[in-house]
Design a binder for this molecule. Structure first.
Ligand code: KG4
Ligand code: ZN
Length: 340
């Protein structure tokens, strides 16, 4: 059995995990939301500093929880792209130092490849179903990807402007609901009416997405309501429900369309926004009706975590892939080509 250490520091979560084969033995995630909440968003310099402070104890905790020692680690997987470069290099430097000291191989993992595999962390005994269609929805990404095999991905659609999680966060900020906004909008939307306001569903061609129009429409409505002194708690709940419905409908529509057009029978929804209760509920119903098998990870694996990085790295290391000590960190890096 192969024991893999995963490390993730691409944004505002410091995380380490130990996998034995495909089985998660430990997954430790230290969120920095409390730190960044005071600024209403992630401050890169502060994120990097906090990774430096927290990574060592979190690595130790991941090993202790898994009940393994350093000598038991057979390989290391680390996120090296895309993300905040100052944050990424903290995890990457740690991975290189450990690989050198332990004389073990390490691989750099694309953050979105980690999210792709997060859908299968809970099913370690079943083969990864290929091909499958992955809807990656997070604070930084809104992408529809066809996974044809390990490391073989095709980009089918993506956002032309804001990511859907960013739209949730910006809308929450506009309504004074704090940071990050997704969970609070989700909670309030359950108390509101999704048909109270009619916000635009962007149609931008192909299987792409757009959220700037929706953001502007919500802002105009909020300004109008404020001017009329009509922005009470119930109205905010209606705004949350109506915004959320407009945000998730194109996600479900494009995913179902692509699955039908390509004849793919398995769908995954991954990334922080996959934790959204309305998206989960409506995607479940749509996939059930279309006869599609759906995988959505539990919330702790929807948001950033090192277990998903370790799983992606497990398949790369098992295939004999190794990286050198000159491996770099990159702010931007495509997961896949976009040619069908
Ligand atoms: O994957 P993630 O942890 O980090 C990135 O790689 O971006 O995703 C974070 C995003 C944030 O925008 C947050 O507001 C959103 O996921 N999010 C949600 C929910 N939980 C987290 N959005 C909608 N509904 C939720 N329940
Ligand atoms: Zn992420």
């Amino acid at each position: 059995m192969c024991t893999i250490l995963g490390i993730e520091t691409s944004c505002d979560e410091t995380s380490a995990a130990v996998l034995e084969g495909r089985v998660v033995r430990s997954s430790v995630v230290a969120s920095q939301v409390d730190l960044h909440a005071q600024w209403g968003g992630v401050v890169p310099e502060a994120a990097a500093r906090q990774h430096v402070e927290r990574l060592n104890p979190i690595l130790q905790q991941a090993l202790d929880t898994a009940g393994v020692g350093w000598v038991d680690i057979d390989g290391i997987a680390v996120t090296n792209r895309p993300g905040l470069v100052g944050a990424l290099v903290v995890g990457l430097a740690a991975a290189k130092a450990l690989a050198f000291a332990l004389n073990r191989p390490f691989v750099g993992v694309h953050h979105l490849e980690g999210h792709l595999y997060s859908a299968f962390l809970e099913t370690p005994d079943a083969p990864i179903p290929f091909p499958h269609l992955a809807l990656i929805v997070s604070g930084g990404h809104t992408e529809l990807v066809l996974a044809r095999g390990h490391g073989d991905y095709l980009l089918l659609g993506q956002t032309l402007d804001d990511a859907v999680g960013e739209a949730f966060d910006k809308t929450a900020r506009l309504l004074g609901l704090g940071y990050p906004g997704g969970p609070e909008i989700d909670r309030r939307a359950r108390l509101g009416d999704p048909t109270a306001f009619r916000f635009p569903r962007a149609k931008v061609g192909g299987w792409n997405f757009s959220y700037s129009g929706l953001k502007t429409a919500v802002r105009r409505e909020v300004e109008r309501l404020r001017a009329d002194d009509a922005l009470d708690e119930m109205t905010i709940n209606h705004l949350c429900a109506s915004f959320q419905q407009a945000a998730i409908e194109p996600l479900i529509h494009n995913t179902l369309e692509a699955a039908r057009a390509l004849g793919v029978g398995v769908v995954t929804v991954v990334g922080g926004v996959a934790a959204n209760s309305a998206l989960q509920q409506q995607m479940r119903a749509a996939c059930h009706e279309a006869g599609l098998t759906l995988f959505i990870p539990p919330p702790r694996y929807c948001t950033d975590n090192a277990a998903m990085i370790a799983l992606a790295g497990y398949f790369r290391l098992a295939a004999g892939q190794r990286d050198d000590y000159d491996l770099d960190a990159y702010a931007n890096a495509p997961l896949a080509d976009s040619h069908l």
